[in-house]
Structure formats: structure tokens, C-alpha cells
Design a protein around this ligand. Structure first.
Ligand code: PLP
Length: 227
């Protein structure tokens, strides 16, 4: 059995999430997404076996291979950048967390309209304004939210963000609060946005305190990723 201590790890993480949720006082539901990138389909099976049926992948080709290799009914989350020429693959996912530009939104919208299946997405926001990361800046978001509200074929159901690498506690908090504000901006533009995807292995407790509804966890569940 691969990942023999996964059940213990999940129990510990769930306890930490419950405590953080209590401290935060937002009363939101919190779901764990098991980030299985670089691991094989056995990681998906191991997660499902301990009751986690939300799985996250950041690369489309790798995700599709894993989907094809498993018959398990889990919910697949796309958490990495999607190239516009691979946009059709979004239909294989239950939720795309990485809608990071209006150009990509146009492509997703076209797909959703042509298939008559609106694509659920999260708007990725780059709260700290990092050059190295994609996503909407907080200053662009109000106008982008209006544009997105007028596109058919997609439903913006929330926000995703990543904190800067090595951020200290106050930076983490301001990033996650910025994402929570971004959710209000979407709602003000008419989106029914409720999901906040934020928090990874190093910072999920702060994210939950600040209102995360999805935490995306790899290392803390499966150990260090193979290089
Ligand atoms: C890899 C990845 C994660 C999980 O990272 P860990 O630190 O291993 O928990 C979360 N979100 C995204 C977007 C990722 O690419």
C-alpha cells in the first residue's frame, strides 16, 4: 500500500483545519484538494481510500493520463495554467482554478457556448502583484469582473490565489484577505462567487482562518514530491 501514513496525515490536517476555521470565525465549509501532481494514479486511489475525493493537478497532459488510468469517481481540479490551445481539456475537469487572463476567458467562453455546457471556473488573482505569477491584479479585477459577467459559456464561482513563496505571517494574511476582497468584487459585478481556493501545505491554516473554502495540499499529505 503506497502512502501508508496518509490516513494519519489527513486526520491531523483535518484537525488543524477545524481549529483554524474556529479561530477565523467565517463559518465557511472547507474542502481538502489532494494535489497529486508528479505522483502516479496510486496517489489518487490512496486519497479516495481515506475519503478525499477532490484531486488537484497542475498539468493538463499529466492529469488526463491519470484520469484515464483510474476508474475512481473523484472530482478533478485544474490548478495550473491552461494554454489556450489545450482549452478543450477543461471539459474533463470539475473545476478550473486558473482562469488567469481575459484572453483565456474568451477561449473558455467559446468552448462553453459551443458545447452548451457552461464551464465553472475560479478567477486567479495575483494579490501581491508578483511578476512570476499569472492572474488578475487587484486593480484590473473590477473591469475584468464586468467583462467576465458579460461572457456566456462560463461561470465564475470564486477566486484562487497563491501566496508569495516564503511570505511571513502578515504577508500571508494580506494576500488571503486580498483574495477575500476579490470575491466581493466578483459578487458586486453579478457573479455568484462563493469559493475561495487558497492555502497550500505551508500556509493552509492561515488561509482557512481568512476564509478558504478549498485548500490545495500536496506535500503535507504525500510527502516531498519526487524530483
Ligand atoms: C503544487 C501546488 C499545490 C500544492 O503544494 P504543496 O506545497 O505541496 O501543498 C497547491 N497549489 C498549486 C497551484 C500547486 O501547483
Amino acid at each position: 500500500m503506497p502512502f501508508p501514513d496518509l490516513a494519519d496525515r489527513v486526520r491531523e490536517v483535518a484537525q488543524r483545519i477545524a481549529a483554524a476555521r474556529q479561530r477565523g470565525g467565517h463559518g465557511q465549509p472547507v474542502r481538502i484538494i489532494a494535489v497529486t501532481k508528479t505522483h502516479g494514479p496510486d496517489a489518487v486511489a490512496a486519497a479516495a481510500a481515506v475519503g478525499i475525493d477532490d484531486v488537484g493537478e497542475n498539468r493538463v497532459q499529466e492529469a488526463l493520463r491519470k484520469m484515464d488510468a483510474t476508474a475512481l469517481r473523484v472530482r478533478w481540479h485544474l490548478i495550473g495554467h491552461l494554454q489556450r490551445n489545450k482549452v478543450a481539456a477543461v471539459q474533463r475537469f470539475d473545476l478550473m482554478h486558473s482562469l488567469d487572463s481575459l484572453r483565456l476567458a474568451d477561449a473558455v467562453s467559446e468552448l462553453g457556448r459551443s458545447t452548451e455546457r457552461p464551464v465553472p471556473v475560479l478567477a486567479q488573482v495575483n494579490v501581491a502583484g508578483e511578476e512570476s505569477k499569472g492572474g488578475f491584479s487587484l486593480s484590473d479585477l473590477p473591469s475584468a469582473a464586468e467583462r467576465l459577467a458579460n461572457l456566456g459559456g462560463l461561470e465564475v464561482v470564486g477566486v484562487m490565489t497563491m501566496a508569495p513563496l516564503g511570505a511571513d505571517d502578515s504577508m500571508l494574511r494580506s494576500t488571503f484577505r486580498g483574495a477575500r476582497n476579490a470575491l466581493s468584487v466578483l459578487c458586486a459585478a453579478g457573479h455568484r462567487a462563493t469559493e475561495l481556493s487558497m492555502g497550500m501545505s505551508n500556509d493552509y491554516e492561515v488561509a482557512v482562518e481568512e476564509g478558504a473554502t478549498y485548500v490545495r495540499l500536496g506535500t503535507v499529505l504525500f510527502g516531498a514530491r519526487p524530483a
